[in-house]
Design a binder for this molecule. Structure first.
Ligand SMILES: C[S@@+](CC[C@H](N)C(=O)[O-])C[C@H]1O[C@@H](n2cnc3c(N)ncnc32)[C@H](O)[C@@H]1O
Length: 258
C-alpha cells in the first residue's frame, strides 16, 4: 500500500508530521487486513471490556500494595508512553522499550541477556507475538523471586483482527494467548487470566525452578478459531477470584463481584 510522504512539522502546523504518520499507520493496517483476509472469521470471543471498570494498572497496583510499595522491585517490558509505568506505585521501577518510555532503550531480549537483578513483579506488554511472549515469560520467571508475580497483557483477543500476530500486520492483542496453554502444561507455577482489559494473565512462581513446557509445534500455526475453541481450557477469573488466589484474606473492594 502506498504511503503518504511524511511532512516535516513546521511552526505553523506542528501536528502535520504526526498526522501523516497516523495516516500511514492506518494504510499499513488496511494493507495487513487485505493480505490476511483468508484468515477472517465471524467468530467472537464475546468479552465486553467496556463493562469492566478496572484494568491492568489496578491489578498490578493491588499486588504492589499487598507486597508493600517500598519492597517491590518492578519491571515493565513495553512501556510506550508510560501510561502504566508512571501509575505503578512501586518505588523501584525498571522499564524496557526499544522505542519510547521506561528507563532502558532496548528490546526485552537484550535486557534479559544482560540483566543480573531479581524482581518481585514483572509486567510483560512488549511485542505481542507468541514466541516473543513465550521468551519474555521464560526470561521473566528466571529473574523473578519465588512468590513473585508476572503479569501479561492482552491474552483474550475478541476477534480475528485483534488476534493477528504483529508479523502479519497485527497491532492489538496478537497471539500471546498461546502461552496460557503452555502454562497449563507447566509445573511450579500458579496462574489465571483476569477477565478485564483484553485479558491480564497473572503467574506466580511457586518454586525456584518451575518447569515451563513449550508447545511450539502444537500451537505455533493456530489462529483465532483455534483460540476460541480452546477458551474453556483457560482459567479466566474475576477480580475477587484473583485476590482469593494470590492474596487470600485480602479485602475485595469495589470490584469484588466484577
Ligand atoms: C502496548 S505498548 C505498551 C503499553 C504499556 N505497557 C501500557 O500498559 O500502557 C507495547 C510497547 O512494546 C514495545 N516493544 C515492541 N517490541 C518490543 C520488544 N522486543 N521488547 C520490549 N518492548 C517492545 C513497543 O515499542 C511499545 O511501546
Amino acid at each position: 500500500m502506498k504511503h503518504l510522504k511524511e511532512l516535516p512539522a513546521g511552526p505553523k502546523m506542528p501536528a502535520l508530521g504526526s498526522l501523516t504518520r497516523r495516516v500511514n499507520q492506518r494504510l499499513d493496517m488496511w494493507g495487513a487486513l487485505r493480505r490476511n483476509r483468508h484468515r477472517a472469521s465471524d467468530a467472537s470471543a464475546g468479552f465486553a471490556w467496556d463493562a469492566v471498570h478496572y484494568n491492568r494498572i489496578a491489578l498490578i497496583n493491588r499486588a504492589v500494595a499487598e507486597f508493600g510499595p517500598g519492597n517491590v522491585r518492578y519491571l515493565e517490558i513495553g512501556c510506550q508512553n508510560n501510561l502504566c509505568f508512571d501509575a505503578i506505585i512501586a518505588t523501584d521501577k525498571t522499564g524496557v522499550d526499544p522505542a519510547s518510555g521506561g528507563t532502558h532503550r532496548m528490546t526485552s531480549d537484550t535486557f534479559f541477556a544482560q540483566n543480573r537483578e531479581t524482581f518481585d513483579i514483572i509486567f510483560i506488554d512488549g511485542l505481542h507475538a507468541y514466541e516473543q511472549v513465550q521468551r519474555d515469560v521464560i526470561n521473566a520467571l528466571a529473574c523473578l523471586r519465588v512468590g513473585g508475580l508476572v503479569f501479561c497483557h492482552d491474552l483474550l483477543p475478541n476477534n480475528w483482527i485483534e488476534e493477528m500476530p504483529p508479523a502479519l500486520g497485527g497491532w492489538l492483542c496478537g497471539d500471546g494467548w498461546k502461552v496460557v496453554h503452555e502454562l497449563n502444561a507447566s509445573s511450579g507455577l500458579t496462574h489465571c487470566v483476569v477477565r478485564t482489559d483484553h485479558g491480564v494473565g497473572v503467574i506466580r512462581k511457586d518454586v525456584d525452578r518451575p518447569a515451563y513446557v513449550k508447545l511450539n509445534a502444537e500451537l505455533g500455526s493456530l489462529g483465532f478459531d483455534d483460540y476460541v475453541a480452546r477458551l474453556k481450557a483457560v482459567n479466566i477469573v474475576s477480580h475477587d477470584q484473583y485476590l482469593a488466589l494470590f492474596f487470600p484474606g485480602a479485602r475485595g473492594g469495589p470490584h469484588a463481584r466484577a
